[in-house]
Design a binder for this molecule. Structure first.
Ligand SMILES: [Zn+2]
Ligand SMILES: [Zn+2]
Length: 259
């Protein structure tokens, strides 16, 4: 870095000759970061070499990877230790065939998610790319016809200019050589119909409708965040009702009670 042409303004302070003075070096690097293509880490605000997150924080994000051991084969949630009982699958009709999740929603991932979705941090989807490559490799012997995501509709479009799940869906689809499509959309319900719905079923459901043609018999449904599983299950139900035979839910982040 010191090979760059220095002028009086850019020259590092002479005290840097004492190698232990990292604080000075950091201040100097911070001031001239733009010259060295160093940006600030989104999480710890230290310098990074061009990435959104520094190496140390990236490692922390990686450690939040969801491990499959001790989880239900179908819904991917933790089994109770006693009898391998799955409270999710035993309590309801499950419409998807399998769920896989990439990372636990740790405080660091929560912050990334927030920037990605609400601060127009579109390129942050890139943090999922290595894990998406791993999933593609794990599923290489599974037939998949398309990657589907839910178009979140006009209401959210007012807050951001892009569909967050579009980029990871497109990336995964490109690895597999299959199409990515907004096969479902969230419906904006009128107040009246919502009321009737609630009276009939005593519960609020996400209203999800099919969008365009089916997209094939076997689909990956890509979701940014799994919280209760209600949205994914309802989306899978709608896909199956419309002729999809097998639905694999892939959630980028998983919110479990430990976090
Ligand atoms: Zn950092
Ligand atoms: Zn289960």
């Amino acid at each position: 870095m010191l090979a760059i042409k220095t002028s009086a303004t850019f020259a590092p302070p002479s005290r840097l000759r004492q190698p232990a003075d990292f604080r000075l070096l950091r201040t100097w690097l911070g001031r001239h970061a733009h010259l060295l293509h160093v940006t600030e880490c989104l999480l710890c605000h230290e310098g990074t070499n061009g990435g959104a997150v520094c190496g140390k924080c990236l490692q922390g994000l990686g450690r939040a990877r969801v491990q499959p051991a001790g989880r239900c084969d179908r819904c991917y949630l933790r089994l109770s230790s006693k009898d391998a009982h799955c409270s999710f699958c035993d309590d309801r009709n499950v419409y998807f065939d399998r769920h896989i999740s990439l990372y636990q929603l740790t405080p660091a991932w929560r912050e990334i998610l927030h920037h990605w979705k609400f601060h127009n941090g579109r390129r942050l989807y890139g943090l999922f790319r290595p894990a998406l490559r791993r999933i593609r490799s794990e599923l290489r012997n599974t037939r998949i016809d398309s990657v589907c995501y839910i178009d979140s509709g006009l209401l959210s479009r007012r807050n951001r200019r892009y569909q967050p799940c579009l980029d990871p869906a497109r990336y995964l689809a490109s690895l597999a050589g299959i199409p990515a499509r907004a096969g479902l959309r969230k419906m904006k319900s009128t107040r009246q119909s919502e009321e009737i719905f609630n009276r009939r079923f005593f519960a609020v459901h996400d209203k999800i409708a099919p969008n365009g043609s089916s997209g094939g018999a076997v689909q990956i449904l890509l979701e940014d965040l799994w919280t209760t599983g209600a949205t994914a299950n309802e989306a899978a139900r709608v896909l199956k009702k419309n002729g999809v035979r097998k639905v694999i839910v892939l959630s980028l982040l998983l919110r479990e009670e430990t976090f």
